[in-house]
Ligand binder design. Structure first.
Ligand code: SF4
Length: 255
């Protein structure tokens, strides 16, 4: 029996942004030749790894600021930076982010306790499997489970942005599936400033989100991406696949 296709918040968001980008990223291996390393991915991944170790109760190696900074240097990813100066600047900025994060944790300890870090959640959606990896899940005294998502590039976040974020909605759906008797909420933590905002979907909103996700997921897994035509949009200017799309005769600017 053929394995069920797997979708994730990233895959669905990529498809909604541009089906051609989805093709080159996830369907057609030729797209991989065009993907360039990005400094913001390297930077974000390094910070995530340090915070994962800091919050992991089973990891006794990263508990103090000094240990966190050491882990930061050990986990540093060099890929994607244009120059040594750009990398040095990012390295220094990341150290300040880690220091401020640990200061805040010490000065104003969080309510609740961390249940999971880097937790993979899954749900069978019929035509496809849906998965999501959550940075952290905290449990509060009233039983509420809080998803915490770190954003290394953001300086601010609002409740409305969390409520409208596809990944945050998807994580809540997945967490409710795993813990059906618990209230769930999602929080985005902007690492550069410490700004945080939370939102919680009602049962009705969760049901509606699941219906919409099922609809779009079925469209993705049934679609023939060979015939998808590139359409020029703002996203194209910074897209790795622009050179590929320019080969298509219907794409503006094609030779
Ligand atoms: S260049 Fe534009 S049309 Fe082509 S994959 Fe990227 S975003 Fe989509």
């Amino acid at each position: 029996m053929a394995k069920k296709p797997t979708l994730s918040p990233t895959r669905v968001a990529t498809y909604l942004a541009c089906p051609v980008k989805y093709r080159w990223t996830f369907v057609d291996a030729r797209g991989h030749w065009y993907v360039r390393a990005k400094p913001y991915f390297s930077f974000g991944l390094t910070l995530h790894r340090v915070l994962e170790r800091f919050h992991d109760a089973g990891d006794r190696g990263v508990e103090t600021k000094g240990q966190a900074l050491l882990a930061y240097e050990e986990n540093w990813i060099e890929a994607g930076y244009d120059s040594a100066d750009a990398m040095a600047e990012a390295l220094g900025e990341g150290k300040q982010i880690i220091e401020r994060y640990l200061d805040r944790e010490t000065e104003a300890p969080r309510t609740g306790r961390t249940l999971f870090v880097e937790k993979l959640l899954k749900k069978d959606m019929g035509a496809f499997r849906f998965i999501g990896r959550v940075d952290r899940i905290d449990e509060h005294d009233d039983g509420t489970l809080e998803i915490v998502d770190y954003k290394s590039g953001r300086e601010s976040v609002s409740e409305a942005e969390v409520a409208a974020d596809l990944a945050m909605c998807a994580y809540q759906m997945l967490l409710r599936h795993a813990f059906p008797d618990r209230r769930v909420m999602a929080t985005i933590h902007a690492l550069r400033t410490g700004d945080r905002a939370s939102a919680s979907l009602s049962d009705e909103d969760l049901a509606e989100f699941e219906r919409d996700l099922t609809f779009i997921g079925e469209e993705i897994v049934r679609r023939d991406f060979e015939d998808v035509v590139p359409v020029s949009k703002r996203l194209c200017a910074a897209c790795d696949f622009l050179a590929l799309c320019r080969k298509h005769p219907d794409f503006p600017g094609a030779p």
